[in-house]
Design a protein around this ligand. Structure first.
Ligand code: AMP
Length: 553
C-alpha cells in the first residue's frame, strides 16, 4: 500500500475573506519558510548558522545539506503531499530534515522525543504518514524497536528512516549520510516544491480533552509568526540563540526560536536541558544572546549561578513561557542574569503574547504580555460565552492571523474547542489589565502542566481505569517546587486490591505512555467528591492536592 497523500480538504482553513485581509495587509506573504531562511542565508554563506555538539555549520553548508537531504528523501520515496512523522532530538539532522521536508512539501509532524508507543500510535493513526524519521536509539531507548512494533497496525506507514547508525533491516532506509560529510552538494536555493499556502508542518496540541490533536500551520501563517516575533525579541544577524528545550515545541522552533534566528541570519546553538552546568557553560562559551525556557529551568540556572561562577554577560534576552513565571523569579532573573526578561504566553494553536523589551519592570515581572500581532482578536468570556466586565477573570478566546481554524481530521474536537465564528477556546483563565497586558490566573481545561509539558487528565484516567481494583479515578495538578505541577491521582478502590502508585506507574509504562506523564502521587478516597450529577469536583481535588503539597493536607 502506498503512503496516503495529504488531503488539503481535511485542513481546516481560515475563511477566505479573513485570509484575504491578512494577505492584503502584508501579514501573510507569498513565501515558504525554507525560502525565507535559505535565501537570507545565501547572502552570508560563510557565517555560522548552527552549532550542534561542538560542530559548526555555515549558512552555505546548511543550504547544501538541505539540498542533499531533499534529494535523499525523494530517492527514499518521500514526495509532495506526503506527511512524515519526525521524532528526532535537537541536532543538526533535525534542523536539516525539517527544512528539507518543508521544501519538498511533505510536512513534518513534529513529535516530542519523549513520546512513546501509546502516543505515537494515535498520532500515526490520525495523520496516516507515509514515513517516520527517528534516531535508532537515544540513551537506552530503542526508537526503531518501537516503530517496528507500531508498523503492522499502520499499513500506510511504508518507510522508516533512521538518522543515525547503519540500517541493516530491509525496510529501514538510512539517512545517516544526511549531514556527514558536508560534501559538494549544490545548495538548495529559491522555492522548493511547496507553495506558501501549503501546510508547512504539523504541531501537536497539548489538548484539553482526550489524546493529541494535530495542528496544521501553513507557510504563510508561520512565516508571519517568525517575522513578528523576531522583531519583538530583537533578534538580528548578530544574535546567538540557544535552544535548550526540544525544538519540536513551537516556542523553541519559531516564536522566534530556531527558525527565527536562521531567518535573521544569526547563529543557533542546539542544546538540551538535562545538565544545567552544561547550559551555563554553553552560554559562556558561545556568547549566547537569546534563550527561551520554562520557569523551572530558569530557577535551576539561578540556583546554580548562586553557587558557581559563569560569565553570562552576553545574554540579552531570556524568554520565559510555557507555564506561568512568578514575579520574584522574573525579578531575580533580570538582576542575576543581567538581561531583559520577556514573558511569553502562547499556544501551538497560534496566539502568542509577549511582554515587550521596553516595558516597565512591573509589566515584565507580573504580566504575561500582550498579543504579538495587532490583528490578533481576543475576548474574555464567562461560562456562558458572554464577555466579562473589564478587568475580570474569564476564559480567553482568540482568533487571528496565527491561530488555526480547527484541528486536523478531528471535527468533534474542533467543534468543542472553536466557536462558530472561529475563536479558539484557550481553556486558560486570564485577566486583561488596564494597560492591555494579560495575566494568566488559572485554567478550566483538565491539563496538568509539568514543567511546560502538558498532560491531559482524561487520557491518564482512561488508562488507569483499565486496572482491576479501580472504581473511579481523577488526575489533578499538585504544586511542585521544580516542575510547577506534577500529576496527583485520586483513586477510589473498587474492591480489596486497590493498585498503589507503583502498580499504576508500571501499568502506564507497559501501555507505552511517555514517562513524563506518570503520576507522582496517589491518594485513596472512599468516594469521589461530585458536583451536580456525577461530575467530579476537580476544584476540590486540586485544593486538596495543593494542601498536601503545602504540608497542611
Ligand atoms: P502548548 O500549546 O503546548 O504550547 O501549551 C499552551 C498552553 O500552555 C497555554 O494554553 C497555557 O495553558 C500554557 N502556557 C503557555 N505559556 C504560559 C505562560 N506564560 N503562563 C501561563 N501558562 C502558559
Amino acid at each position: 500500500m502506498t503512503g496516503l497523500r495529504l488531503d488539503l480538504i481535511d485542513i481546516p482553513r481560515i475563511p477566505e475573506e479573513r485570509a484575504r485581509r491578512y494577505r492584503e495587509a502584508g501579514l501573510w506573504r507569498s513565501e515558504t519558510l525554507d525560502e525565507m531562511i535559505l535565501t537570507r542565508g545565501s547572502a552570508t554563506p560563510d557565517r555560522c548558522a548552527l552549532v550542534a555538539e561542538g560542530r559548526r555549520t555555515t549558512y552555505g553548508e546548511l543550504a547544501a545539506l538541505v539540498g542533499r537531504a531533499e534529494r535523499r528523501l525523494r530517492a527514499a520515496g518521500v514526495n509532495r503531499g506526503d506527511t512524515v512523522v519526525v521524532q528526532v532530538p535537537n541536532s543538526r539532522e533535525y534542523v536539516v530534515l525539517v527544512l528539507a521536508l518543508m521544501r519538498l512539501g511533505a510536512p513534518p509532524v513534529l513529535t516530542l522525543p519523549s513520546l512513546r508507543e501509546y502516543e505515537l500510535d494515535r498520532i500515526i493513526g490520525l495523520v496516516r504518514p507515509s514515513s517516520i524519521v527517528i534516531p535508532r536509539r537515544v540513551r537506552r531507548f530503542d526508537h526503531l524497536g518501537m516503530v517496528q512494533k507500531l508498523k503492522p497496525r499502520h499499513p500506510y506507514l511504508v518507510r522508516t528512516l533512521v538518522v543515525d547508525g547503519e540500517a541493516a533491516e530491509p525496510d529501514v532506509a538510512d539517512l545517516t549520510g544526511l549531514c556527514d560529510p558536508p560534501g559538494d552538494d549544490p545548495p538548495a536555493e529559491g522555492r522548493g516544491a511547496a507553495s506558501p499556502k501549503d501546510v508547512a508542518l504539523f504541531l501537536l496540541s497539548s489538548g484539553t480533552t482526550g489524546s493529541s490533536k494535530l495542528i496544521a500551520r501553513t507557510h504563510e501563517d508561520y512565516g508571519y509568526v517568525i517575522r513578528t516575533t523576531t522583531e519583538i525579541a530583537a533578534l538580528s544577524a548578530d544574535s546567538v540563540y540557544l535552544a535548550v528545550m526540544p525544538a519540536t515545541h513551537t516556542f523553541v522552533l519559531a516564536y522566534p526560536g530556531v527558525l527565527g534566528t536562521l531567518a535573521a541570519g544569526g547563529t543557533v546553538v542546539l542544546g538540551s536541558p538535562e545538565d544545567p552546568r552544561k547550559v551555563l557553560r554553553t552560554v559562556q562559551e558561545e556568547r549566547v544572546t537569546h534563550c527561551a525556557a520554562v520557569p523551572g529551568l530558569v530557577k535551576q540556572w539561578l540556583t546554580l549561578l548562586g553557587r558557581e561562577p559563569y560569565d553570562v554577560s552576553s545574554l540579552k534576552v531570556l524568554q520565559v513561557g510555557g507555564a506561568r513565571l512568578d514575579a520574584p523569579t522574573a525579578a531575580r532573573a533580570k538582576a542575576e542574569l543581567g538581561c531583559s526578561v520577556q514573558q511569553v504566553y502562547g499556544m501551538s494553536e497560534g496566539l502568542t503574547n509577549y511582554t515587550r523589551l521596553d516595558d516597565p519592570d512591573e509589566v515584565v515581572f507580573s504580566s504575561q504580555g500582550r498579543p504579538a500581532s495587532p490583528a490578533d482578536e481576543i475576548v474574555i468570556v464567562d461560562e456562558d460565552d458572554a464577555p466579562v466586565p473589564a478587568g475580570e477573570v474569564g476564559q480567553l478566546l482568540t482568533r487571528g492571523p496565527f491561530t488555526v481554524a480547527g484541528y486536523y481530521r478531528d471535527e468533534a474536537a474542533t467543534k468543542r474547542a472553536f466557536t462558530a465564528d472561529g475563536f479558539y477556546r484557550t481553556g486558560d483563565l486570564v485577566r486583561l489589565r488596564p494597560d492591555g497586558n494579560l495575566e494568566v490566573v488559572g485554567r478550566i481545561k483538565n491539563v496538568i502542566n509539568r514543567g511546560g509539558e502538558k498532560i491531559c487528565a482524561e487520557e491518564l484516567e482512561e488508562l488507569v481505569q483499565e486496572l482491576p481494583g479501580v472504581s473511579a479515578v481523577a488526575a489533578v495538578p499538585m504544586p511542585h517546587p521544580g516542575f510547577g505541577e506534577i500529576v496527583c491521582l485520586y483513586l477510589v478502590p473498587g474492591g480489596e486490591n486497590a493498585p498503589d502508585l507503583g502498580d499504576v506507574r508500571r501499568h502506564l509504562e507497559s501501555r507505552g505512555l511517555a514517562r513524563y506523564k506518570l503520576p507522582e502521587r496517589l491518594e485513596l478516597l472512599d468516594a469521589m467528591p461530585l458536583i451536580g450529577v456525577g461530575k467530579i469536583n476537580r476544584t476540590e481535588l486540586r485544593e486538596r492536592a495543593a494542601a498536601i503539597a503545602a504540608g497542611v493536607g
